[in-house]
Write a protein that binds this ligand. Structure first.
Ligand code: DGL
Length: 284
């Protein structure tokens, strides 16, 4: 399950989480199947410039978007446990596919608050009446976005579309390429035929396609970037819990990956919009 019913934009937390006294200097743990979650890291760096971040990208086992629920749950548990051992104060599931099928698993095992991109994206889409959702096949098949959006906007109509080719096109760097434009027209046609007013970018990679998707969907469709929505939600939760790092020390960023980091570093810098250092290889 991606989400439970919420009455406000910030999620509520369990007794177990409230009982914890967490140090604001501890890092935020962010994780993803690979490189894509760096779009969430980028949004967090911009919104919360004093926060330390420990990022985990499972580059040896990516992509998750075409894997089974069982496999994704198993990998997700390993990664969450790894970050909890690093003493993070907050866990952010940056991968929409993991959030779609394994958010419950993470919430059950975590003693610190857990946020996920699907809940954040769904909350940010709540003013839409006819909402399109695009994501990987596993995310779309799980129906997690539709359920989460209905929690926030029960009267909305939701139309979903899996866009399997967008992840490789983004990783290829074809952000404005004609092939990507044609692919987007094809994928978005059924959603646009339903006269959607809002479209949720339900995959880590899609924020990089925002200009092209905006061009294809037209000015009448509001794009919801779940990475930006996640950063807003994280800021609200840290403030509410007195967990925000007040600074002014420069933050520390650590990146843990499961495969040799060359590709992560080259493509990752495009996602992050800055140089990537402190990359550590982890064997799982
Ligand atoms: N991170 C995944 C997501 O947001 C996309 C890449 C993958 O399929 O693993 O759905």
């Amino acid at each position: 399950m991606a989400s439970t019913a919420h009455s406000s934009l910030t999620p509520t937390f369990s007794q177990k989480e409230r009982a914890q006294t967490l140090d604001p200097n501890r890092s935020i743990g962010v994780f993803d199947s690979g490189i894509g979650g760096l779009t969430v890291v980028r949004a967090l760096m911009e919104r919360l410039p004093f926060e330390n971040i420990a990022y985990f990208g499972d580059t040896a086992r990516v992509p998750y978007g075409v894997k089974s629920v069982e496999t994704i749950s198993h990998f997700t548990t390993q990664i969450a446990e790894f970050l909890l051992e690093k003493d993070v104060k907050l866990l952010i599931i940056a991968c929409n596919t993991m959030a779609a099928v394994a958010a419950g698993v993470v919430r059950d095992l975590s003693p610190v608050p857990v946020l996920d991109v699907i809940d954040a994206g769904a909350a940010a889409a709540k003013d839409g009446k006819r909402i399109g959702v695009i994501g990987t096949p596993t995310t779309i098949n799980s129906n997690a976005y539709a359920r989460a959006i209905h929690d926030h906007a029960p009267d909305s109509r939701i139309y979903s579309q899996a866009c399997a080719l967008f992840v490789p096109l983004v990783e290829e760097g074809w952000l404005e390429h004609e092939v990507t434009r044609l692919t987007a027209r094809e994928y978005l046609r059924p959603l646009l035929a339903e006269k959607i007013d809002t479209m949720v970018l339900g995959c880590t990679h899609y924020p990089l396609l925002k200009p092209l998707l905006h061009e294809v969907s037209g000015p009448g469709v509001k794009l919801v970037d779940s990475a930006e929505a996640m950063a807003e939600q994280a800021a609200a939760v840290l403030n509410e819990k007195g967990l925000a790092n007040p600074g002014p020390h420069p933050p520390r960023y650590d990146f843990y990956v499961t495969d040799v980091p060359l590709r992560f570093q080259t493509i990752g810098e495009r996602f992050l919009g800055r140089t990537l250092t402190n990359v550590h290889v982890v064997k799982m």
